[in-house]
Design a protein around this ligand. Sequence first.
Ligand code: BV8
Length: 237
Amino acid sequence: MPRYDKIVILTGAGLSAESGLATFRDEDGIWARYDYRDVATPEGFERNPSLVYEFYNMRRHDGGTARPNPAHYALTHLQRKHPGEILIVTQNIDILHEAAGATNLIHMHGDMATMLCTNCDARPPWIGDLSAELACPECGLTGGLRPNVVWFGEMPYEMDRIAAAIAACDLFISIGTSGNVYPAAGFVAGARDAGAHTVELNLEPSDTASYFAERRHGKATEIVPAYVDALLKEEAR
Ligand code: BV8
């Protein structure tokens, strides 16, 4: 019988840092260069759509050249080898989890490989640049396309499915996130209420570190593979 039966793993920008993608709140992070109100809110998009198109075109270019790192592959290995049910909930819009072969994955803040048409609500795959002139492949209208990304003040995706998974989990692991942004930062409290063991794997203590029963700090490419190996050894005993 596996020691843990239902595992939820929350990931953030720190997981992709060693793949060369900038985090948000480190001193050289994205929010040191852009004001989130200009590029990650519906109001910002309304005010200056071309700045937002440019911001996400840049993020998509960077994401397109990045490769998964050993931490992404360790999580895929865990999903394949562990007997329990393992859901990965990522705040990241890069698609490095998919590139590493992850399954059972939710992009709660959207992703950079699709776009959203505000005219017909379609979310077609799209890895090129976005612009106001682009016509939606579904409805053919122009002027309605935006990044399929959850901005501040917008409801994250699949919250019901995430809430149910957290209420049922017996292990909650948070990797590479500063615990600043809700509702994701509140998941650990829900997991604790569900009686789950809670683990933080992060470069340094996050803003919600005190909520975690276990904390391991270091680079994701080192501490995540080590933690996955220990978990699989535990299950094999
Ligand atoms: C919602 C877009 C409700 C995608 C992002 C007060 C006023 C207004 C709003 C609020 C408020 N209080 C709470 C809110 C809600 C708000 C919020 O939380 N604000 C915060 C800032 C206070 N949240 C929202 O608005 C959310 N929506 O609440 O909707 C609602 C209800 C009903 C109906 C409608 C709506 C939406 C939140 C999503 C916002 N979108 N970005 C994109 O462009 O990518 S936020 C942005 O932050 C990203 O999504 C990112 O994923 C997320 C979290 O950041 P992290 O991933 O944690 O990254 P960060 O840089 O912060 O940390 C990196 C960590 O990694 C660090 O700890 C670092 O030490 C570590 N690290 C670095 N290197 C490594 C490493 N670890 C290991 N190894 C390494 N090598």
